[in-house]
Design a protein. Sequence first.
Length: 272
Amino acid sequence: MMKDFTGKTAVITGGATGIGLALARQLGAAGAKLIIFEPREARLIEAVNELKNAGFDAQYVVGDVTRVEDLEKLADFAWAKNGRADILINNAGVSSPRKSVIKTDPMEARRVFEVNFFGVWSGISVFGKRFLEDGLPSAIYTVASENSLFNALPFGNGAYLSTKHAVFGLMDVLRREAHDNIQLGVIIPGWVLSEMSEYGKDIAMDTDEFAAIIFKQMQAGEYYLVSHAYNAVRMEERHNEILEAFAKYAPRYEGDDEHDVQTIVARMQEKQ
């Protein structure tokens, strides 16, 4: 568990604005060295200047999470400048058209997946391999969404929601691989003020307030890092609907673990 962030290097994709920049402020205040990454150099310069003026050790790299070579360049920079990276925060993301699934061009959806899902997977791959190679304490956090757990909007948003469900599943698989030196966490924002939302300035949670809530959970070594209390209600609504379907059409019975994959695999391993 990484409780002390002093001197640690935190790499944050999409770190020039919004949640990424707010988490950078929290980490910087805790003594971490910061490297932020995104395609827009002007925004990176602006953010790094702000962080340096606050007394933080901050640098930037220009690049795009959809390009593996850019992520390799980012990792090379961290290892060359600071000896290594200790923390990766996969934060970069884009929104999707709020149209119905049928009316959304699949190519538009692919664009969202390239950033929100494959950009995360590439970051995990590039940094994770280096973390495993040196064996030192490390951490990988991925910013998911309340849309990982249910559909927060009453209509549309299919591409974005699907990417966040996919990221949630990817992190769960990674978690079960149990790499001893890599701490993992999935960050689950509700509605937080950011450039991705064109309205809600008086309704969405303040970005720095959100980051402070999440950072406490990072310090505590939590896997699920949460913020918006009413999300529990929406999760329960979905969960109860699924349970009702099982109760009606696939009710429990004695020995029903006969077809449970985890139980079967565990029994097979016991026999080896």
